[in-house]
Design a protein around this ligand. Structure first.
Ligand code: KG4
Ligand code: ZN
Length: 363
């Protein structure tokens, strides 16, 4: 065997650290020479209990909670993967966008590990990590249409390559996950609201309340959720006090409206896609809201109509996790896109230019 053959067969292994919101996560992902990826450890500690009383994430509490658990979580991820720090080929961390206190905890930890181990630092965009997860789980090729729907983001993106994204639409007010969370709070359900609303909606009648479908039929693939949220509040106040049946019907109506909006907006983005990236290989959903069964089923049907496959990560990889950060780090490492210790923490970090700006850049 030639020495370089041996090198080619060796795995590349990256640690991924995620602290941008309310999950503290550390994971180890390896890729072999054939491009086959393996999640060797994926540790996630949710802070839901700490924030539940406030009905949302409290930044200061989040940052403190990350500090308290991150080092132990990294040690546990390495132990589960059966490796030590010297076995790593890179340290990946979500350097934004997100809550600055939490981002700093992750980034400083990753920089320290990179410094003492002399391994490359990979400062990953959290949104890029969601965007690339379908390549970890399903190995799909570029370009693809991505619907990124989480608590903080709602975007339709043409994913043309690593670091190459064109935004086809986004929300002009609330993110979809945020709307689910606010709907749940309004109806006296727990936090995070998405899973609670979905659970209640199962038993509800989606047609009892006539809720609006904002932006339906618009030519641009943008979203707006605030009108729907207001309409839900007005209906809830109109029939208060709410019985369990009422809550179920309101949840079903709300979820059905969201699904209709998501399908309509995604259909518009599919049409716009060819103008910026050619024919997509797939329709991909990512982010916490992609865990919603009704959203998934509707998107799968839409993809079928368009002759595309539909890819959504398994549920534990839809929400925030370290494996997606490690994977994005691996993708960047393979391309030589490494960072140094000056990498900034970026509370705001847009993934893409909009189509007009992309055209200017390309021109
Ligand atoms: O991606 P993620 O874990 O964190 C962010 O980066 O925001 O997404 C969390 C969001 C929350 O707003 C949560 O309510 C929503 O995703 N979510 C859901 C479901 N599961 C989580 N929304 C609707 N249906 C679900 N089953
Ligand atoms: Zn996220």
């Amino acid at each position: 065997m030639q020495p370089n053959e041996e090198i080619q067969r060796v795995q590349t292994t990256v640690l991924g650290i995620e602290t941008t919101c309310d999950e503290t996560a550390a994971a180890v992902v390896s890729i072999d020479a054939d491009g086959l990826a393996q999640i060797r450890a994926n540790e996630v500690l949710s802070q839901i209990a700490e924030h539940a009383a406030y009905g949302g994430v409290v930044p200061e509490i989040a940052a403190r909670a990350h500090v308290e658990v991150l080092d132990r979580l990294i040690a546990r991820a390495l132990e589960k993967a059966g490796i030590g720090l010297p076995d790593l080929d890179g340290i990946a961390v979500a350097a934004g966008p997100g809550l600055i206190g939490g981002v700093l905890v992750g980034l400083v930890t990753a920089k320290t590990l990179a410094l003492v181990t002399r391994k490359p630092l990979l400062a990953v965009n959290h949104l890029e990590a969601h965007a690339l997860t379908a390549r970890l789980t399903d190995g799909i090729a570029f370009p693809y249409l991505l619907l990124l729907v989480s608590g903080g983001h709602t975007q339709l993106l043409a994913v043309r390559g690593v670091g190459d994204y064109v935004r086809l639409g986004s929300t002009i007010d609330d993110a979809i996950g945020e709307a689910f969370d606010k709907a749940a709070k309004l109806l006296g359900l727990g936090y995070p609201g998405g899973p609670e609303v979905e659970r209640m909606a199962e038993a509800g009648d989606p047609e009892r309340f006539a809720l609006p479908r904002p932006m339906l039929g618009r030519r641009e693939a943008d979203f707006s959720l605030s009108g729907l949220k207001t309409a839900l509040r007005i209906e809830a106040e109109r029939i208060a006090p709410l019985a369990e049946r009422d809550v179920a019907d309101l949840c079903a109506g709300f979820q059905a409206a969201v699904v209709d909006v998501v399908v309509d907006r995604t259909r518009v983005a599919l049409r716009a896609f060819s103008g910026v990236a050619g024919r997509p290989t797939a329709l991909v959903a990512a982010g916490g809201v992609a865990a919603n069964g009704a959203v998934r089923r509707a998107l799968a049907a839409l993809a079928g109509e368009a002759g595309l496959s539909f890819v959504a990560p398994p549920l534990q990889l839809c929400g925030d996790n370290g494996a997606m950060i490690a994977w994005a780090g691996l993708e960047r490492l393979r391309l030589g896109l490494v960072d140094d210790l000056t990498a900034p923490a970026r509370p705001r970090w847009p993934l893409s230019a909009d189509p007009a700006a992309a055209a200017v850049q390309a021109g």
